[in-house]
Design a protein around this ligand. Structure first.
Ligand SMILES: Nc1ncnc2c1ncn2[C@@H]1O[C@H](COP(=O)(O)OP(=O)(O)O)[C@@H](O)[C@H]1O
Ligand SMILES: [Mg+2]
Length: 380
């Protein structure tokens, strides 16, 4: 089989797009990016950058018409335009039908239920009154989630006590039983146009108990062999049942009894896969390109354990970003820094990430703590 270099469009020009571009350059692909931000991290990295809305039908349609293959780095895009482009012969991966399901947390939950994929019990509601009615009837704690538009914890709220109810959303929601989990884990899986699958090791998200924020992502996760293999099997089943082509991140809860429940999925490169760049034989970005360009999938082996820390904008700092302690952090062994190139820092904005490798995961954790104490994103 011969491989003809192609034109690839990416909807979204943020950090995930940037890391995808780095791999696409290796395959000599001609790149097009659409992003609403004039200062998007990808703007100067591709020959064809369009500034425009990802939600507008015509903008997405006109952009997509220029390319042979179209993909995403963010799922909140105009899916009707993608259906039309697909009909007209553009190869859209992930497929619009997958995106449509994922854009709606309610449709996701129904998909898990219909396919016997373990997930927390739930109810679908249309407005606040219905959500509160479920809360009252059941007498249990719930996580209320907006069906559409949520990300990074915006769009979810805990309804546990009477006092929480004032925060309830008044919109179509998923009311999901609160899960008392031991850990949050994620598995990244890729599926190509031939239906072949490749799965990565389980990643564990470690929370800082004081701040209740994800502090470290650890690969491989500290879980039993049976949890490891079951989590991988579930992720593969989700990919097959969704019929996805491309990379898929499956976020899961691990309960205190080692039960695995799927939380949500993202049909794209994912924050929990950043450490595949330095820690695995094939990064999630390279793997996504292989999957959507009809190439053989790469080796997913995790060759060295790793910790990944997000580099967040410091509290109380807004303005042009500066990176304090970069040299000192990079003096540590096997520390790999990624700065996303966002001009402005804001409190807790994702400004970059750092991957720390070590044969011994405890040493990696130690170095990751050092990196966190040394490296700060502030402003002038
Ligand atoms: N049913 C639940 N029980 C307990 N915690 C939950 C539940 N659903 C979500 N969470 C917590 O909220 C976070 C964000 O929820 P998620 O559905 O993943 O939304 P987002 O799209 O913002 O990532 C999860 O990572 C988890 O920590
Ligand atoms: Mg999530």
């Amino acid at each position: 089989m011969s491989f003809k270099t192609t034109t690839l469009g990416i909807l979204g020009g943020g950090q995930l797009g940037k890391m995808l571009i780095q791999e696409a350059v290796n395959l000599n692909i001609e790149l097009f990016v659409l992003d609403p931000d004039q200062h998007a991290p990808c703007k100067h990295l591709v020959p064809h950058f369009t500034c425009g809305s990802l939600q507008d039908f015509n903008t997405v349609y006109e952009f997509g018409k220029q390319v042979e293959v179209l993909t995403i780095e963010i799922e909140h895009v105009n899916v009707d335009a993608l259906f039309k482009l697909e009909e007209e012969g553009v190869k859209v991966f992930p497929q619009p039908k997958v995106l449509k399901m994922v854009q709606d947390k309610g449709a996701q939950k129904v998909f898990y239920k219909e396919n016997n994929i373990p997930t927390a019990p739930f109810f679908l509601t249309n407005d606040k009154a219905e959500s509160l009615q479920i809360w009252q009837q059941q007498g249990k704690a719930f996580m209320q989630k907006l069906r559409k538009g949520g990300y990074d914890g915006k769009g979810v709220t805990k309804l546990s006590h009477e006092a929480d109810l004032q925060n309830a959303f008044d919109a179509p929601c998923v009311m999901e039983l609160l899960v008392n989990f031991k850990k949050e884990i994620a598995v990244i899986v890729a599926r190509n146009t031939k239906g072949e699958l490749a799965v990565y090791d389980v990643v564990e998200m470690d929370f800082n108990p004081q701040q209740n924020l994800v502090e470290f992502l650890q690969m491989p996760a500290n879980v039993s062999k049976s949890v490891e293999s079951e989590a991988k099997a579930i992720a593969q089943k989700v990919a097959e049942k969704a019929d996805i082509i491309g990379i898929l991140a499956v976020e899961m809860f691990l309960t205190h009894d080692d039960e695995i429940l799927v939380n949500e999925i993202a049909p794209r490169a994912h924050n929990s896969g950043h450490q595949t760049i330095e820690g695995c034989r094939t990064s999630q970005y390279a793997q996504h390109l292989r999957a959507i360009l009809n190439l053989p999938l790469g080796n997913t082996t995790c060759h060295t354990p790793s910790i990944m820390v997000n580099l967040l904008g410091a509290a109380g700092q807004t303005g042009d970003a500066i990176y304090e302690g970069l040299e000192e952090a990079m003096q540590l062994p096997n520390v790999y820094v990624h700065l996303y190139g966002k001009k402005t820092t804001k409190p807790y904005r994702k400004m970059g990430h750092v991957t720390i490798l070590h044969e011994n995961i405890e040493e990696a954790i130690k170095n990751a703590r050092l990196v966190q104490s040394i490296l700060k994103v502030t402003s002038l």
